[in-house]
Design a protein around this ligand. Structure first.
Ligand code: PMV
Length: 378
Protein backbone atom coordinates (compact mmCIF):
# COMPACT_ATOMS: atom_id res chain seq x y z
CA UNK A 1 0.00 0.00 0.00
CA UNK A 2 1.19 3.53 -0.67
CA UNK A 3 2.26 5.40 2.42
CA UNK A 4 0.35 8.53 3.33
CA UNK A 5 3.28 10.60 2.14
CA UNK A 6 3.01 8.98 -1.25
CA UNK A 7 -0.72 9.54 -1.21
CA UNK A 8 0.01 13.22 -0.50
CA UNK A 9 2.55 13.32 -3.30
CA UNK A 10 0.38 11.55 -5.83
CA UNK A 11 -2.40 13.94 -4.90
CA UNK A 12 -0.02 16.82 -5.48
CA UNK A 13 0.92 15.46 -8.87
CA UNK A 14 -2.78 15.11 -9.63
CA UNK A 15 -3.33 18.75 -8.81
CA UNK A 16 -0.12 19.90 -10.49
CA UNK A 17 -1.61 18.47 -13.64
CA UNK A 18 -4.60 20.71 -13.01
CA UNK A 19 -2.36 23.70 -12.63
CA UNK A 20 -0.38 22.90 -15.75
CA UNK A 21 -3.63 23.29 -17.68
CA UNK A 22 -3.49 26.66 -19.40
CA UNK A 23 -6.59 28.42 -18.20
CA UNK A 24 -8.64 28.56 -15.05
CA UNK A 25 -11.51 27.04 -17.01
CA UNK A 26 -9.46 24.00 -17.93
CA UNK A 27 -8.65 23.45 -14.25
CA UNK A 28 -12.33 23.88 -13.55
CA UNK A 29 -13.38 21.20 -15.92
CA UNK A 30 -11.17 18.60 -14.29
CA UNK A 31 -13.41 18.29 -11.26
CA UNK A 32 -15.93 15.60 -12.02
CA UNK A 33 -18.68 17.38 -10.08
CA UNK A 34 -19.61 20.94 -9.19
CA UNK A 35 -21.73 20.05 -6.21
CA UNK A 36 -22.87 17.17 -4.10
CA UNK A 37 -23.55 15.84 -0.63
CA UNK A 38 -21.85 13.18 1.45
CA UNK A 39 -22.70 11.84 4.90
CA UNK A 40 -20.96 9.56 7.38
CA UNK A 41 -21.49 8.47 10.94
CA UNK A 42 -18.45 7.79 13.10
CA UNK A 43 -18.18 6.38 16.62
CA UNK A 44 -16.27 7.44 19.67
CA UNK A 45 -13.51 5.18 21.01
CA UNK A 46 -12.10 4.36 24.41
CA UNK A 47 -8.36 3.86 24.81
CA UNK A 48 -7.15 0.89 26.84
CA UNK A 49 -3.50 1.85 26.39
CA UNK A 50 -3.56 5.62 26.63
CA UNK A 51 -2.09 8.27 24.38
CA UNK A 52 -0.90 11.10 26.60
CA UNK A 53 1.95 13.23 25.27
CA UNK A 54 2.59 14.35 21.71
CA UNK A 55 5.04 16.12 19.45
CA UNK A 56 4.29 18.32 16.44
CA UNK A 57 2.15 17.89 14.45
CA UNK A 58 -0.15 15.71 16.49
CA UNK A 59 2.25 12.75 16.58
CA UNK A 60 2.04 10.48 19.62
CA UNK A 61 4.93 9.85 22.00
CA UNK A 62 3.78 6.25 22.44
CA UNK A 63 1.54 3.76 20.70
CA UNK A 64 -2.05 3.49 21.96
CA UNK A 65 -4.80 0.91 21.55
CA UNK A 66 -8.53 1.45 21.74
CA UNK A 67 -11.91 -0.20 21.55
CA UNK A 68 -14.05 1.41 18.88
CA UNK A 69 -17.57 1.99 20.25
CA UNK A 70 -20.96 1.59 18.58
CA UNK A 71 -23.63 3.79 20.10
CA UNK A 72 -21.78 7.01 20.93
CA UNK A 73 -21.55 8.47 17.44
CA UNK A 74 -21.44 11.68 15.44
CA UNK A 75 -23.45 11.93 12.22
CA UNK A 76 -22.06 14.46 9.76
CA UNK A 77 -23.14 15.52 6.32
CA UNK A 78 -21.33 17.96 4.06
CA UNK A 79 -22.97 19.75 1.16
CA UNK A 80 -20.36 21.10 -1.22
CA UNK A 81 -20.65 23.49 -4.13
CA UNK A 82 -18.09 24.96 -6.52
CA UNK A 83 -17.21 28.52 -5.51
CA UNK A 84 -17.90 31.17 -8.12
CA UNK A 85 -15.52 33.76 -6.69
CA UNK A 86 -12.65 32.30 -4.84
CA UNK A 87 -12.18 34.65 -1.91
CA UNK A 88 -9.49 34.59 0.70
CA UNK A 89 -9.76 31.62 3.02
CA UNK A 90 -12.24 28.78 3.14
CA UNK A 91 -15.99 29.04 2.80
CA UNK A 92 -17.48 26.95 5.60
CA UNK A 93 -20.79 27.09 7.44
CA UNK A 94 -21.12 24.79 10.44
CA UNK A 95 -24.47 23.65 11.78
CA UNK A 96 -24.94 21.60 14.93
CA UNK A 97 -28.27 19.77 15.03
CA UNK A 98 -29.43 22.00 12.19
CA UNK A 99 -28.63 25.28 13.97
CA UNK A 100 -25.67 27.53 13.10
CA UNK A 101 -22.90 27.02 15.63
CA UNK A 102 -20.52 29.93 15.16
CA UNK A 103 -18.44 29.02 18.20
CA UNK A 104 -17.33 25.85 16.44
CA UNK A 105 -16.23 27.45 13.17
CA UNK A 106 -12.72 28.58 14.28
CA UNK A 107 -11.96 24.95 15.18
CA UNK A 108 -13.05 23.78 11.73
CA UNK A 109 -11.01 26.53 10.06
CA UNK A 110 -7.91 25.47 12.01
CA UNK A 111 -8.57 21.88 10.94
CA UNK A 112 -8.98 22.91 7.28
CA UNK A 113 -5.73 24.94 7.48
CA UNK A 114 -3.92 21.89 8.77
CA UNK A 115 -5.26 19.45 6.20
CA UNK A 116 -5.19 21.85 3.22
CA UNK A 117 -1.83 20.50 1.93
CA UNK A 118 -3.44 17.06 1.65
CA UNK A 119 -6.86 18.13 0.33
CA UNK A 120 -6.16 20.56 -2.46
CA UNK A 121 -9.81 21.10 -3.37
CA UNK A 122 -10.75 22.81 -0.10
CA UNK A 123 -10.42 26.34 -1.41
CA UNK A 124 -12.40 25.70 -4.58
CA UNK A 125 -15.67 24.78 -2.89
CA UNK A 126 -18.08 26.12 -0.31
CA UNK A 127 -19.10 23.69 2.39
CA UNK A 128 -22.11 23.40 4.65
CA UNK A 129 -21.31 20.97 7.44
CA UNK A 130 -24.20 19.59 9.49
CA UNK A 131 -23.37 17.52 12.53
CA UNK A 132 -25.15 15.86 15.42
CA UNK A 133 -24.25 13.47 18.20
CA UNK A 134 -26.24 10.41 19.19
CA UNK A 135 -25.15 10.71 22.81
CA UNK A 136 -26.64 13.24 25.22
CA UNK A 137 -25.51 16.80 24.75
CA UNK A 138 -22.75 17.87 27.18
CA UNK A 139 -22.60 14.42 28.75
CA UNK A 140 -18.91 14.87 29.38
CA UNK A 141 -18.23 12.38 26.60
CA UNK A 142 -15.66 13.83 24.26
CA UNK A 143 -17.17 14.25 20.82
CA UNK A 144 -13.86 15.21 19.20
CA UNK A 145 -12.98 11.63 18.23
CA UNK A 146 -16.34 10.86 16.61
CA UNK A 147 -16.73 14.41 15.25
CA UNK A 148 -13.30 14.69 13.64
CA UNK A 149 -13.36 11.18 12.19
CA UNK A 150 -16.80 11.72 10.60
CA UNK A 151 -15.65 15.05 9.16
CA UNK A 152 -12.39 13.61 7.83
CA UNK A 153 -14.16 10.69 6.13
CA UNK A 154 -16.68 13.07 4.51
CA UNK A 155 -13.83 15.13 3.05
CA UNK A 156 -12.04 12.07 1.71
CA UNK A 157 -15.32 10.98 0.10
CA UNK A 158 -15.76 14.41 -1.51
CA UNK A 159 -12.24 14.19 -2.92
CA UNK A 160 -13.16 10.81 -4.34
CA UNK A 161 -16.35 12.16 -5.93
CA UNK A 162 -14.35 15.02 -7.46
CA UNK A 163 -12.11 12.55 -9.25
CA UNK A 164 -9.55 11.43 -6.66
CA UNK A 165 -7.63 8.30 -7.47
CA UNK A 166 -7.27 6.56 -4.10
CA UNK A 167 -8.44 2.99 -3.58
CA UNK A 168 -11.04 2.24 -0.89
CA UNK A 169 -8.29 1.04 1.44
CA UNK A 170 -6.22 4.18 0.87
CA UNK A 171 -9.25 6.37 1.52
CA UNK A 172 -9.71 4.76 4.94
CA UNK A 173 -6.04 5.35 5.73
CA UNK A 174 -6.23 8.93 4.54
CA UNK A 175 -9.36 9.58 6.63
CA UNK A 176 -7.51 8.33 9.71
CA UNK A 177 -4.52 10.49 8.79
CA UNK A 178 -6.70 13.62 8.42
CA UNK A 179 -8.74 12.85 11.55
CA UNK A 180 -5.49 12.65 13.52
CA UNK A 181 -4.66 16.19 12.47
CA UNK A 182 -7.98 17.31 13.96
CA UNK A 183 -7.77 15.39 17.21
CA UNK A 184 -5.14 12.71 17.80
CA UNK A 185 -7.35 9.97 19.20
CA UNK A 186 -9.91 10.54 16.41
CA UNK A 187 -7.71 8.57 14.01
CA UNK A 188 -8.61 5.43 15.99
CA UNK A 189 -12.37 5.83 15.29
CA UNK A 190 -12.36 5.16 11.54
CA UNK A 191 -12.11 1.39 11.89
CA UNK A 192 -12.90 -1.20 14.56
CA UNK A 193 -13.37 -3.14 16.71
CA UNK A 194 -9.82 -2.53 18.00
CA UNK A 195 -7.32 -0.11 16.54
CA UNK A 196 -3.73 0.87 17.24
CA UNK A 197 -2.18 4.25 16.62
CA UNK A 198 1.54 4.95 16.92
CA UNK A 199 4.63 3.24 15.60
CA UNK A 200 5.28 0.08 17.60
CA UNK A 201 8.16 -2.28 16.92
CA UNK A 202 6.01 -5.37 17.19
CA UNK A 203 2.90 -4.17 15.33
CA UNK A 204 3.24 -4.64 11.62
CA UNK A 205 2.16 -1.59 9.62
CA UNK A 206 1.74 0.60 12.71
CA UNK A 207 2.34 4.29 12.18
CA UNK A 208 2.48 7.57 14.06
CA UNK A 209 0.46 9.14 11.25
CA UNK A 210 -2.69 7.03 11.21
CA UNK A 211 -4.32 4.15 13.06
CA UNK A 212 -4.43 0.56 11.87
CA UNK A 213 -6.86 -2.19 12.86
CA UNK A 214 -5.65 -4.84 15.33
CA UNK A 215 -4.49 -7.51 12.93
CA UNK A 216 -5.03 -10.69 14.98
CA UNK A 217 -8.13 -12.75 15.68
CA UNK A 218 -9.40 -11.71 19.12
CA UNK A 219 -10.39 -14.24 21.79
CA UNK A 220 -14.12 -14.89 21.91
CA UNK A 221 -14.48 -13.34 25.39
CA UNK A 222 -13.56 -9.93 23.95
CA UNK A 223 -15.96 -10.10 21.02
CA UNK A 224 -18.80 -7.66 21.50
CA UNK A 225 -17.18 -6.44 24.75
CA UNK A 226 -19.40 -4.04 26.67
CA UNK A 227 -18.59 -0.49 27.81
CA UNK A 228 -21.12 1.18 30.09
CA UNK A 229 -20.19 4.83 30.55
CA UNK A 230 -21.16 6.17 33.96
CA UNK A 231 -21.74 9.91 33.67
CA UNK A 232 -20.39 11.62 36.74
CA UNK A 233 -19.35 15.01 35.53
CA UNK A 234 -21.14 16.49 32.58
CA UNK A 235 -19.39 19.87 32.80
CA UNK A 236 -16.77 21.41 30.54
CA UNK A 237 -13.42 19.67 30.54
CA UNK A 238 -11.25 21.05 33.36
CA UNK A 239 -8.10 20.61 31.29
CA UNK A 240 -8.19 20.67 27.49
CA UNK A 241 -6.35 17.76 25.91
CA UNK A 242 -3.92 20.21 24.25
CA UNK A 243 -2.94 21.56 27.68
CA UNK A 244 -2.86 18.02 29.06
CA UNK A 245 -0.57 16.63 26.38
CA UNK A 246 1.76 19.60 26.77
CA UNK A 247 2.17 18.81 30.46
CA UNK A 248 4.12 15.73 29.41
CA UNK A 249 6.91 17.96 28.04
CA UNK A 250 9.51 18.00 30.77
CA UNK A 251 7.37 15.74 32.97
CA UNK A 252 9.73 13.88 35.34
CA UNK A 253 8.18 10.48 34.51
CA UNK A 254 7.54 11.03 30.80
CA UNK A 255 10.24 8.76 29.38
CA UNK A 256 9.32 5.85 31.65
CA UNK A 257 5.63 6.38 30.95
CA UNK A 258 6.10 6.22 27.16
CA UNK A 259 8.16 3.03 27.52
CA UNK A 260 5.56 1.54 29.86
CA UNK A 261 2.72 2.27 27.42
CA UNK A 262 4.56 0.54 24.58
CA UNK A 263 5.28 -2.45 26.82
CA UNK A 264 1.63 -2.57 27.94
CA UNK A 265 0.48 -2.52 24.35
CA UNK A 266 2.69 -5.49 23.60
CA UNK A 267 1.26 -7.42 26.59
CA UNK A 268 -2.31 -6.42 25.76
CA UNK A 269 -1.88 -7.59 22.19
CA UNK A 270 -1.16 -11.13 23.49
CA UNK A 271 -3.98 -10.94 26.04
CA UNK A 272 -6.53 -9.94 23.41
CA UNK A 273 -5.59 -13.07 21.48
CA UNK A 274 -5.28 -15.55 24.36
CA UNK A 275 -8.30 -14.29 26.35
CA UNK A 276 -6.44 -13.93 29.69
CA UNK A 277 -8.99 -11.70 31.32
CA UNK A 278 -7.16 -11.32 34.64
CA UNK A 279 -4.20 -9.82 32.81
CA UNK A 280 -6.53 -7.72 30.70
CA UNK A 281 -8.03 -6.20 33.85
CA UNK A 282 -4.61 -5.52 35.34
CA UNK A 283 -3.28 -3.74 32.25
CA UNK A 284 -6.45 -1.73 31.59
CA UNK A 285 -6.95 -0.47 35.15
CA UNK A 286 -3.26 0.29 35.56
CA UNK A 287 -3.30 2.31 32.32
CA UNK A 288 -6.29 4.35 33.52
CA UNK A 289 -4.74 5.11 36.89
CA UNK A 290 -1.37 5.90 35.29
CA UNK A 291 -3.01 8.44 32.97
CA UNK A 292 -4.44 10.20 36.02
CA UNK A 293 -1.17 9.80 37.92
CA UNK A 294 0.56 11.66 35.10
CA UNK A 295 -1.87 14.55 35.55
CA UNK A 296 -1.44 14.55 39.30
CA UNK A 297 2.35 14.66 39.00
CA UNK A 298 2.69 17.32 36.29
CA UNK A 299 3.18 21.04 36.85
CA UNK A 300 0.62 22.49 37.10
CA UNK A 301 -1.08 19.40 38.57
CA UNK A 302 -4.70 18.34 38.21
CA UNK A 303 -7.10 15.89 39.81
CA UNK A 304 -9.75 15.06 37.25
CA UNK A 305 -11.40 12.31 39.28
CA UNK A 306 -14.33 13.26 41.51
CA UNK A 307 -15.27 11.64 44.84
CA UNK A 308 -17.85 9.54 42.99
CA UNK A 309 -15.19 8.31 40.55
CA UNK A 310 -13.29 6.77 43.47
CA UNK A 311 -16.45 5.40 45.06
CA UNK A 312 -17.40 3.70 41.82
CA UNK A 313 -13.94 2.22 41.37
CA UNK A 314 -14.15 0.78 44.88
CA UNK A 315 -17.63 -0.61 44.24
CA UNK A 316 -16.40 -2.26 41.02
CA UNK A 317 -13.46 -3.82 42.89
CA UNK A 318 -15.73 -5.12 45.66
CA UNK A 319 -18.26 -6.50 43.22
CA UNK A 320 -15.52 -8.26 41.23
CA UNK A 321 -14.07 -9.78 44.39
CA UNK A 322 -17.42 -10.94 45.75
CA UNK A 323 -18.89 -12.34 42.53
CA UNK A 324 -15.90 -13.25 40.39
CA UNK A 325 -17.51 -11.41 37.46
CA UNK A 326 -14.55 -10.03 35.45
CA UNK A 327 -15.69 -6.44 35.31
CA UNK A 328 -13.13 -3.62 35.28
CA UNK A 329 -12.93 0.12 34.66
CA UNK A 330 -11.05 2.61 32.57
CA UNK A 331 -11.04 6.39 32.61
CA UNK A 332 -10.62 9.11 30.05
CA UNK A 333 -9.13 12.50 30.89
CA UNK A 334 -12.13 13.24 33.09
CA UNK A 335 -14.27 11.93 35.95
CA UNK A 336 -16.58 9.54 34.04
CA UNK A 337 -16.05 5.83 34.58
CA UNK A 338 -16.12 3.33 31.70
CA UNK A 339 -17.19 -0.09 32.97
CA UNK A 340 -15.84 -2.88 30.76
CA UNK A 341 -17.12 -6.48 30.79
CA UNK A 342 -17.83 -9.50 28.59
CA UNK A 343 -21.19 -9.67 26.84
CA UNK A 344 -22.16 -12.87 28.68
CA UNK A 345 -22.10 -10.93 31.98
CA UNK A 346 -24.25 -8.10 30.69
CA UNK A 347 -27.38 -8.88 32.67
CA UNK A 348 -25.54 -9.29 35.98
CA UNK A 349 -23.37 -6.20 35.53
CA UNK A 350 -26.28 -3.99 34.46
CA UNK A 351 -28.22 -5.12 37.55
CA UNK A 352 -25.17 -4.21 39.69
CA UNK A 353 -24.86 -0.82 37.97
CA UNK A 354 -28.56 -0.07 38.51
CA UNK A 355 -28.42 -1.16 42.14
CA UNK A 356 -25.14 0.42 43.23
CA UNK A 357 -23.66 2.82 40.70
CA UNK A 358 -26.56 4.63 39.00
CA UNK A 359 -27.29 6.69 42.12
CA UNK A 360 -23.75 8.08 41.93
CA UNK A 361 -24.23 9.23 38.30
CA UNK A 362 -25.54 12.70 37.48
CA UNK A 363 -29.32 12.26 37.12
CA UNK A 364 -28.72 8.46 37.23
CA UNK A 365 -27.44 8.71 33.65
CA UNK A 366 -25.24 6.12 32.01
CA UNK A 367 -24.75 4.98 28.42
CA UNK A 368 -24.61 1.32 27.39
CA UNK A 369 -22.15 0.87 24.58
CA UNK A 370 -20.15 -2.00 23.09
CA UNK A 371 -17.51 -2.76 20.49
CA UNK A 372 -18.21 -1.52 16.98
CA UNK A 373 -16.74 -1.54 13.54
CA UNK A 374 -16.09 2.15 12.91
CA UNK A 375 -17.25 4.59 10.29
CA UNK A 376 -20.42 3.99 8.22
CA UNK A 377 -21.69 5.73 5.12
CA UNK A 378 -25.18 7.20 5.60
O1 PMV B 1 -7.22 13.05 21.10
P1 PMV B 1 -6.97 13.95 22.23
O2 PMV B 1 -5.91 14.97 21.93
O3 PMV B 1 -8.23 14.57 22.74
O4 PMV B 1 -6.35 13.08 23.43
C1 PMV B 1 -7.03 12.04 24.01
C2 PMV B 1 -6.31 11.52 25.18
C3 PMV B 1 -7.04 10.47 26.00
O5 PMV B 1 -8.40 10.41 25.66
C4 PMV B 1 -6.93 10.84 27.47
C5 PMV B 1 -6.41 9.10 25.83
C6 PMV B 1 -6.63 8.43 24.53
O6 PMV B 1 -5.70 7.74 24.08
O7 PMV B 1 -7.73 8.54 23.94
Amino acid sequence: MKSILNIGQSKLIFVENFILGTTYRSIDSLYKKDQGKVAFTAPSNIALVKYWGKRPVQLPENASLSFTLSECRTETSITYKRRKDKGVGFSIAFLFEGEPKLSFEPKIHTFFDRIAPYCLFLNDFEFIINSKNTFPHSSGIASSASGMSALAMCLVEIENELGGSLSAEERIEKASFLARLGSGSACRSIEGPITIWGKHQKIKGSSDEFAVPFEHEIASVFKNYQDTVLLIDKGEKQVSSTVGHNLMHGHPFAKTRFEQANANLDKLSSVLQNGDIAQFIEIVESEALTLHAMMMTSLPYFILMKPNTLEMINSIWNYRKETGVPVCFTLDAGANVHVLYPEKDKEAVLAFIEAELAEKCQNRQYICDYLGIGIKKM
